[in-house]
Every structure is written in structure tokens, then in C-alpha cells.
Design a protein around this ligand. Structure first.
Ligand SMILES: NC(=O)c1ccc[n+]([C@@H]2O[C@H](COP(=O)([O-])OP(=O)(O)OC[C@H]3O[C@@H](n4cnc5c(N)ncnc54)[C@H](O)[C@@H]3O)[C@@H](O)[C@H]2O)c1
Length: 441
């Protein structure tokens, strides 16, 4: 606990789903001496109530129409936005217009028009907009930044980046609101915003040209039928046709999922357990992207959402050698602490995890490869990243930031533009120039 330097900062959270619980715990526990949670806003009043039970809270709750009233009545200093992606811009802009700083979950938003709106309001109001890019804070990813910044491998000329989502975590995007591209921008925006942000930050550069190809190849009704594996159920809860299908999620079997989603369905009709082999999926699950950066580096990137293991591999080719990172991640479903494991529910008891230590390897020209030691003792959410990020966000005396990990509105914009351009390229079959995609940038 730190010594208070000024009155407690008053926070409101909009969007009381699973991810927002990480922020609730930070404010109520770790940063309780300097921060206060004063109000909640969500479209679902039942979820706002259920969300408070675990910590015995009784906070004032507001419907979206009363968002400005909430800020005024509860004297809110800063708003944390953890709603579904396509609504982020609404709350970011309304909060900044009402005089608040904002902290938003990634992606900052899902399309160019909304991004332009956010940047215009931020510029006019001068308010602080923080995007919580937790992956930057994972000690292993920070180490990569430190090594590249030190010039260890010289000028980086190219990056080869592969990200695998496994059939537990990857499948979850096809059960939830993310499966509709209008909500999430597809995985290129919703998920890859993390990865594209890492590369912008690692290289200290910005995307210039993007070319992508991808499709829905595994999930969805048509793919399952073509493989001769159709599933007729609509949702994973309460349907005997599920019959042990490891892809089906039964909300009634996990307390948090039951309380937060299943028991709250009557208020908004949202089903969090839809059949991943059903209709209505408009996002891709297997995508290849090529990006040219301002500093001339070229990245080849691939995302697949139905892999047998979860993790990532990145190779940086430089004028003095090569740096390689190889990470196996803990798979999970939902998003609160990052690694809380609901896999029992999904896979009926086995997680199929082989947790291998991260490998970070420096290969100099003409020399022996050198293994770089990493401190992996922090086992918190997202490889220990969430805890360090929260310190940066909530502490009144945040640690020094020589690696420039704290991300603002421009980082938020640049990271989604690669994904938005990839979506456009997939639709047109043509390369997309970022400057033409968003001339105002
Ligand atoms: N950084 C990370 O690692 C990470 C992990 C998980 C989620 N996230 C992000 O957090 C955000 C929330 O994700 P989640 O997994 O908690 O989703 P969720 O579905 O559990 O929660 C979303 C909440 O938003 C509410 N909502 C929907 N439309 C709304 C509207 N118009 N106005 C107000 N509230 C509305 C829903 O009722 C729900 O309570 C997303 O932007 C997601 O990308 C980030």
C-alpha cells in the first residue's frame, strides 16, 4: 500500500462483464488507499447486481442513457471502459466530453470512423486516454523490447510472428459476441490488436502497408457439415444433444459463468454459450497478414484460432543477428484474471497443457546461440503482465517507464489500423495503405 498523496481518485466502470473484475479487484484491494469505485453502468441491470455480490458491494448503478448523469452525480474522475468492443468509442467520447480521463480495454475501437471520432474528442478535450495493452508488461515481452532497443541484433529488417489460440480459448470467441464482426472487428481487430501493438512498440515504428488473406475454415455450421461433424444444438447449456462435445460450454456448471451470464439472460437475451459450429459467425479463424512498416521492416504474421496448443513464436531478423522468442501460454476461457482456468467445464476434466518455459534466444552472426534468462516467477494474469499494468494505471507514484510501456490514444489507433486494414484487404484482395485508410492520422 502506498501513502496517499491526494484525495482518492473516483472511478466508474462501464461494462460489468468478466474482464472488468480485474479492475474492480485492483481498486478495492491493491489501490484502495488512493482509488475508489463509485458507480457502475451496463445495459444489463441483473449483471451489475451479480457482479457486486462477490465483494459485498452496493454501488449506484446506471443505465447507458444516464451515463452523463452518473458522472455528474457521483463526481467521477475517470471512467474504465470494459464494454463490448463496438461500444468503446461511445463511452470514451462521452466520458471525455464530460471532463473525465478514460481507461479503455483493447481494442480502442473497431473501425476508422469511430477511431477518428475518439482522436478528435481527445484532442479537443485534452483528456488522458489509456489503452490497457497488458501484453507489453509481460516480463518476457518487455525483455524483447529492451534487447531490440539496445541494438543487440542491429537494425530489424523483418519479423516472423505466429500466434496460436487453442481449441479452449480460441473457441470462446466463436461462442460469444465476438463471433459477429460488427461487435469485435473480427480477430484481426479484437485479438491481433495486442500483437500488432507489440510489434509497433518493439520496432518503434508504425504500419504503412497491409495485405491479408483469411477465412473461416474450422468453426461455423458449413465447415462442421463439410467434415461430416454437424452439431444441431443452439447452445451448450441444458441441451442433451450436446452429448459430451468438448466444444460445448455449460454455463450452469461454473459458478461465475452462471451468476454473471446464465442468470442474467432475461435482461438482455445474450447467450454466452452459443454453438461454435452453428450459424451466424462472420469472423475468420485462420488468417495470414503481411505488413510493411515505416522503418522498412516487413512482418509476416499468422493467427489461427483452433490450434492444439496456445502460445506464440516470434523471430526478429536483424543486421547483427536474430532474436527468437517461443512462448507456451496457459489456455483459459473468459477474461477476468487472464489465466483463471474454466477448462474443466469445457473439456470435462483434462486441459492437455504442456507448460514449457519461455525460450528467448539470441543468435549472433558467426557466434554461438545464447539463451537469455527470464524471470518467470510472476504467474499472475497474462504472464504476470496484468499486475504490472495495474500499477501503471492506478498507482499515484507509478514506476519509471524507460521502455515506454504505458500506451495512449495513438498507440490504440495504430494497433487497430493494422487489423482494420487486414479486414479490408481480405475483403478486396488488395493491399491497403494506412495513410489512405485514415488520412487524418
Ligand atoms: N486485455 C485483455 O487481455 C482482455 C481480456 C478479456 C477482455 N478484454 C476486453 O474487455 C472488454 C470486455 O470483455 P469481456 O470479456 O468482459 O466481455 P463480457 O461480455 O463479459 O462483458 C461485456 C459487458 O459489456 C456490457 N455491454 C454490452 N453492450 C453495452 C452497452 N451498449 N453499454 C454498456 N454496457 C454494455 C455487457 O452487458 C457486459 O456486461 C472487451 O473490449 C475485451 O476486448 C481484454
Amino acid at each position: 500500500m502506498t501513502t496517499p498523496l491526494s484525495p482518492k481518485k473516483r472511478y466508474a466502470i462501464v461494462g460489468t462483464g468478466s474482464r472488468s473484475m480485474m479492475f474492480r479487484k485492483a481498486i478495492l484491494k491493491t489501490y484502495a488507499d488512493t482509488c475508489e469505485l463509485v458507480a457502475l453502468c451496463d445495459i444489463n441491470p441483473l449483471r451489475m447486481q451479480a457482479w457486486q455480490k462477490e465483494d459485498g458491494l452496493d454501488l449506484p448503478t446506471y443505465a447507458p442513457d444516464d451515463f452523463e448523469k452518473m458522472i455528474e452525480t457521483e463526481k467521477v474522475d475517470a471512467v474504465i471502459v470494459t464494454t463490448i468492443d463496438r461500444t468503446h468509442h461511445t463511452y470514451l467520447c462521452r466520458a471525455m466530453e464530460a471532463g473525465c480521463d478514460v481507461i479503455t480495454e483493447k481494442p480502442m475501437t473497431v473501425d476508422v470512423e469511430k477511431c477518428e471520432q475518439i482522436l478528435e474528442v481527445q484532442k479537443r478535450t485534452g483528456k488522458k486516454l489509456t489503452v490497457t495493452f497488458n501484453y507489453r508488461y509481460a516480463p518476457r515481452n518487455s525483455k524483447v523490447k529492451e534487447l531490440l532497443q539496445s541494438g543487440l541484433i542491429g537494425t530489424v529488417t523483418s519479423v516472423h510472428f505466429e500466434w496460436l489460440l487453442d481449441t479452449q480459448h480460441g473457441a470462446d470467441y466463436f461462442r460469444r459476441w465476438h463471433r459477429d464482426k460488427r461487435n469485435s472487428g473480427g480477430l484481426m481487430v479484437h485479438k491481433s490488436t495486442h500483437h500488432f501493438d507489440l510489434v509497433n512498440w518493439w520496432l518503434d515504428s508504425a504500419p504503412q502497408t497491409v495485405m491479408a488473406m483469411g477465412d473461416l475454415r474450422f468453426y461455423g455450421r458449413e465447415n462442421a457439415e463439410n467434415r461430416g461433424e454437424p452439431r444441431s444444438y443452439v447452445r451448450g447449456t441444458g441441451d442433451e444433444r450436446v452429448n459430451g462435445d468438448p466444444f460445448a460450454l455449460d454455463l450452469s456448471k461454473e459458478e461465475e459463468l452462471k451468476n454473471l451470464y446464465y442468470d442474467c439472460e432475461s435482461a438482455d437475451g445474450y447467450l454466452r454459450d452459443q454453438n461454435v459450429f452453428g450459424d451466424g459467425i462472420s469472423i475468420e479463424d485462420d488468417i495470414g497478414v503481411m505488413v510493411r512498416y515505416d522503418n522498412k521492416a516487413v512482418m509476416t504474421y499468422h493467427l489461427v484460432a483452433f490450434a492444439p496448443w496456445e502460445g506464440y513464436r516470434v523471430g526478429f531478423n536483424g543486421t547483427k543477428g536474430r532474436l527468437e522468442i517461443d512462448v507456451t501460454e496457459k489456455a483459459y476461457v473468459s477474461g477476468s484474471e487472464g489465466d483463471h482456468n474454466l477448462s474443466r467445464n469445457v473439456k470435462g476434466g483434462s486441459t492437455h497443457e504442456v507448460l514449457e518455459p519461455t525460450t528467448l534466444l539470441y543468435r549472433p552472426h558467426w557466434g554461438e546461440p545464447q539463451k537469455i534468462e527470464l524471470d518467470e516467477t510472476n504467474t499472475g494474469g497474462h504472464g504476470g503482465a496484468d499486475q504490472i499494468l495495474l500499477e501503471d494505471v492506478f498507482s499515484q507514484t507509478p514506476p519509471a517507464d524507460p521502455l515506454k510501456r504505458a500506451a495512449g490514444h495513438m498507440d490504440g489507433a495504430l494497433s487497430i489500423l493494422t487489423g482494420i486494414a487486414a479486414n479490408r484487404s481480405m475483403a478486396t484482395g488488395l493491399p491497403v495503405n494506412i495513410a489512405e485508410l485514415m488520412p487524418s492520422l
